[in-house]
Write a protein of this length. Structure first.
Ligand code: FAD
Length: 395
């Protein structure tokens, strides 16, 4: 570590910090950038604990556009992110996402579908019988859903591999990766001046990016910024069933928000956001009982073959839930120059790292944005103009 001031300091080197740093250095190779990460094993980082899914099935135009851009980036990701000829392998499989809807959600889903299609998203409306044709395990006898949308280009990948790719690229382009914990963002006269580290060091910079994921609320608080965001501990479950589909099934989203990802053979991953999920950044204990009591009965209703299964594994991870409107908070905080936010992604941040990486780099450098994401500006919090994605659930 040297004592020269940095141009940009990142608090947190998860997928967001690393994607922005890469985009900054691609635009200006002279920038001095510090990526500060408190735990380079990433044991508790949301990126590595996420399901790695990407979908164009959103209701806000900019969220759809971010996902369409992600699909473009992923086409050449391995080549573009190669370092010393070594290409990352991110295991992107486009098995599609099948979202079931009930009567209550139908109008909202169909409005989203029309918008997705108008923007070039390859998403189609399916009747229950058509949904069963691509997801043969579905129960269509009991009227549990009235239709579905199928995004055939949607899919899942290895989130840790994407993070590592961006991190390696940022470092190869000149970013300094520092394992240390930031305890405060320093500022003077409404201008950020750097960060204080737990080991006592002070690093200076005119721009500090809050890329601390679920810890972002406490980082913002150290410089007097109160974000409407809380770290909510979500639970993921892995089950083994007796079913043996002959190919990987689409991701399935039930009308309640429960989702199910087929991993191959009889293995599935499933999760649901419950209102009583704990708010914490420290207690990562796995709540097995929530699967047995709440998720399993619902799965067995929609997929009768799931009546019998074995719960084999699981984990807990943080959603940085934006309690204001459930969407990303992107850009400079009004009133504190140089303090940039990349927060509040709730359950859909991983797929947005490509678009957010580019947009935040453009914001920091004062460049016109290729995709204008100012709808997610932190100013909307102060002006009380929320951007709601989905009235039904936070996903
Ligand atoms: C169970 C689960 C499933 C998910 N599934 C999906 C999905 O399918 N698709 C999707 O798009 N999104 C999904 N998400 C959301 C997604 O994981 C996040 O939105 C995204 O990874 C956020 O990236 P990040 O870089 O902001 O946060 P993180 O990956 O958490 O990175 C933040 C980093 O900051 C570090 N840090 C924190 N405080 C400090 C400090 N004081 N000093 C230094 N470093 C610090 C942390 O150690 C961490 O590494 C899921 C999340 C969870 C929990």
């Amino acid at each position: 570590m040297n004592n020269q001031p940095y141009d940009v300091i990142f608090v947190g080197a998860g997928v967001m910090g690393c994607a922005i740093a890469t985009n900054l250095l691609r635009r200006d190779s002279q920038l001095k950038i510090a990526l500060i990460e408190k735990d380079l094993s990433y044991e508790f980082s949301s990126t590595v604990l996420s399901d790695g899914n990407s979908r164009v099935q959103f209701n806000v135009k900019e969220n759809i556009q971010m996902s369409l851009y992600a699909l473009e980036v992923l086409k050449t990701f391995a080549e573009d992110m190669a370092v010393d000829g070594e290409k990352p392998e991110i295991g992107f499989r486009q098995q599609g996402n099948l979202f079931l809807t009930d009567e209550v959600g139908r109008a909202e889903v169909q409005a989203g579908l029309a918008l997705q299609q108008s923007l070039g998203g390859e998403v189609a409306w399916l009747t229950p019988a058509e949904a069963k044709a691509i997801y043969p395990l579905l129960n269509i006898e009991d009227g549990l859903f009235v239709g579905a949308t199928f995004g055939r280009k949607d899919g899942t990948m290895l989130p840790q591999a994407v993070l590592e790719a961006y991190k390696k690229k940022a470092v190869a382009l000149g970013a300094e990766l520092i394992e240390a914990e930031v305890t405060a963002v320093r500022h003077q006269n409404n201008q950020v001046t750097g960060v204080q580290l737990k080991n006592g060091d002070v690093l200076s910079a005119g721009v500090v990016v809050n890329s601390a994921g679920g810890w972002g609320t406490q980082i913002a608080r150290t410089c007097g910024v109160e974000l409407p965001m809380k770290p909510v501990m979500r639970q993921v479950y892995v089950v083994e069933t007796a079913v043996r589909p002959d190919k990987i099934l689409p991701l399935l989203l039930l009308p309640s928000g429960t989702y199910l990802i087929h991993e191959g053979h009889g293995i599935f991953m499933t999760a649901h956001s419950h209102p009583d999920d704990p708010v914490t950044t420290t207690d990562f204990s796995w709540q097995r009982h929530k699967f047995e009591e709440r998720i399993w009965p619902e799965l067995a209703e929609f997929l009768p073959d799931f009546d019998s299964l074995r719960l084999t594994d699981g984990w807990a991870g943080i959603y940085a839930v934006n309690t204001f409107d459930g969407n990303a908070i992107l850009g400079e905080w009004p009133g504190l120059r140089g303090f940039f936010l990349v927060n509040g992604f709730s359950g859909h941040g991983f797929q947005q790292c490509h678009a957010v990486g580019r947009y935040l780099a453009e914001c920091i450098l004062g460049l016109p944005p290729a995709l204008d994401l100012s709808i997610f500006s932190p100013r909307r919090i102060l002006e009380n103009t929320p951007v709601f994605e989905n009235k039904q659930k936070i996903i």
